[in-house]
Design a protein around this ligand. Structure first.
Ligand code: HSE
Length: 429
């Protein structure tokens, strides 16, 4: 029997928790199924920390597990964050107690999604995580529900607002990486530990979840190749633009006959492509389905109000009592990711070298590439003020990743090359 008054326990009162409590206090009867939502208990690390809302009237729990198990909680909302520790313990406790769970925790779902799905399905309760990917922009529901009649082929997205903000500001304002990161932290986009953002791990968690939903696999974070934006230099942003590209942190998942490829890395995107146009802290997602063709969505991927809106949408789904398998198939029937053999995959690449300005360097680089069978598509040498050497940049035609890596290693050993070469993929979109 569905309660008319849903008593919600909220663990974690950071940016998203604050956004949710504000929303629920203003709109307790928001759900289409009718009924009311009241917050019956809260838990956070510090009770006394100053907050933009009053928690004195709410029952306080020091331990989120006790909140999850409380008889006064019908639905548990986990906004603590982190793949393990109290977040995982509390979600497990809630599911074992037969309570529906709504979470915004991408690390938890990407790293433990299959085991939590098994717990939820054994208890016959929903485990929902719309807010875990793209904040308030409905990516999870789109893949899990709206695309259930299609076969997704590939997903490419900008899934981390902080990195997108950093790259956009570096390009537009010529600003330094550290300066823009500090601003992203002030604006509340960045994670508590910003290495999760700039190292690419946050985007990797999100694409792991989307890949699992799209390809009916158990999420396998360890299979995701990850490279962040911390090594992207202003020089590359400028050179890429001269060649007609914008550097974006692209998270991609692709299924082929060989397996599933899930990766996050800085990529060159043609300037006219919608993903290149998504600037600032925006998130954007490009999905290719066998029947639907290409779909593009774009929106807020972080921030209190948009992320809380996604949590509220999941609460509304719980209230309608629809329970479906967490990853489209029962947890016991999920396939394993079959990573593709990288030595056989093909890429188009951007290669930037910093070389001594002396005769024969370009010829030596071209010769090494030609010997390896790497075909050059375009070539650019541009004097850049303040650079230690002369930057030369080239893009390649499609080539095996392994062959290219070997050729670049040989080029790196050339005495005229004064800094490690910078290799980036050109996005296949
Ligand atoms: N730190 C994340 C971002 C917030 O920058 O996108 C939402 O997951």
């Amino acid at each position: 029997m569905s309660p008319r008054n849903w008593r919600v326990g909220v663990a974690g009162l950071g940016t998203v928790g604050a956004g949710l409590l504000t929303f629920l206090s203003e709109r307790p009867g928001f759900a289409p199924a009718g009924g009311q939502v009241t917050v019956s208990g809260v838990s956070a690390r510090s009770r006394s920390r100053p907050r933009p809302f009053d928690i004195s009237g709410l029952r306080w729990f020091d331990d989120p597990v006790a909140l999850a198990q409380s008889d006064e909680v019908d639905l548990f909302v986990e906004l603590i964050g982190g793949s393990d520790g109290p977040a995982k313990a509390a979600v497990e406790a809630a599911l074992k107690a037969g309570k529906p769970v709504v979470t915004a925790n991408k690390a938890l779902i990407a790293e433990h999604g299959a085991e939590l799905a098994a717990l939820a399905e054994a208890a016959g309760v929903p485990l929902l995580f719309e807010a875990a990917v793209m904040g308030g922009t409905p990516a999870v529901k789109m893949v899990r529900e709206a695309m259930v009649g299609d076969d997704v082929r590939s997903i490419s997205g900008i899934l981390n607002g902080t990195c997108n903000f950093i790259l956009s500001e570096m390009e537009q304002g010529g600003r330094a990486f550290e300066d823009v990161l500090a601003e992203a932290q002030r604006l509340g986009y960045a994670e508590a530990d910003p290495t999760m953002d700039v190292g690419g791990f946050d985007a990797a968690h999100k694409i792991t979840i989307l890949a699992a939903l799209a390809f009916n696999c158990a999420p396998d974070f360890a299979a995701c190749e990850v490279e962040g934006v911390d090594q992207v230099e202003l020089l590359d942003i400028r050179m890429a633009k001269d060649l007609g590209y914008r550097i974006k942190l692209i998270a991609s998942a692709e299924r082929s006959d060989e397996g599933v490829s899930v990766r996050v890395h800085p990529s060159l995107v043609p300037l006219a492509h919608p993903l290149a146009q998504a600037g600032g802290a925006l998130n954007a997602l490009f999905i290719e389905g066998q029947r639907l063709g290409r779909i593009f969505i774009q929106g807020a991927g972080a921030g209190a109000a948009p992320t809380a809106a996604a949590v509220a949408a999941d609460i509304a789904d719980v209230m309608t009592q629809a329970v479906r398998p967490v990853f489209q198939r029962p947890a016991t029937e999920l396939a394993a990711f079959t990573p593709v053999d990288r030595s056989r995959s093909l890429v188009r690449a951007y290669l930037r070298l910093l070389v001594k300005d002396e005769p024969g360097v370009i010829a030596a680089v071209s010769e090494t590439l030609a010997e390896a069978g790497v075909s050059i598509e375009s070539f650019l040498q541009k004097p850049v003020e303040d650079a230690e050497g002369v930057p030369i940049v080239l893009t390649t035609h499609s080539v095996s990743e392994a062959v290219l890596a070997q050729a670049v290693e040989r080029i790196a050993g050339h005495p005229a090359v004064i800094k490690a070469p910078r290799l980036m993929r050109i996005a296949r979109i």
